[in-house]
Design a protein around this ligand. Sequence first.
Ligand code: CA
Length: 238
Amino acid sequence: MLPALLLVEDDPAIARTVVYALRREGFDVDHVLLVRDALHQLAERRPVYSAAILDIGLPDGSGLDLCRQIRRDGALPIVILSARGEEMDRVLGLELGADDYLVKPFSPRELCARIRSLLRRSEMRAQGQAPVTQALLECDREGSRIRLGAVWLKLTRREFGLLEALMRSPGKVWSRDALLGVAWGHDADSVDRTIDTHVKTLRAKLREVRLDLDLVVTHRGLGYSLDLDQAVGDRAGA
Ligand code: CA
């Protein structure tokens, strides 16, 4: 059976291109224009869907509300489509549990690649397999330490918290706020810049061990993710 996707997009030109590209890539696509119709489709067919692609500005509501609702009901992977310049939408979307985002205008090919990567990750999670980066990176929670390859990293408590949080969902883009919350709770003295500082030192320590990998990816204005795919290539080539 073809993997089925739910596309919620009210712009006819974008929808046409996206539906065409996804179908050509072997996906089965249900396309709706309204929040109302998306909710109807989800009520009827949710178990069938492998992922949802949500535009944010919709005629009868917001894709962000839809995102919140979908996330509340379970683990369906979500990609949000946002307008250029609407950075707040992307931050909010990721905080509401979206897994990835694309900024319009985007190439349909890029969307297909993101969906494939998302489905691969969610499949690995469903099968309980550790994604390859997690094999490359191993977390010893009791010992509060993380191994990269054969080397146990010398991390501060903050750096450990950050990397441990990123390792929970490789590929997921974390906003600074979400990372702060997960990595070390909302300390009164933790400000936005704090994350950037610790990410910088964490990155340096990772690169000391593996100069060829850049595992922590910066999403400008949004936050950070742990890059799974380059490590897959790394393994394949090893
Ligand atoms: Ca729209």
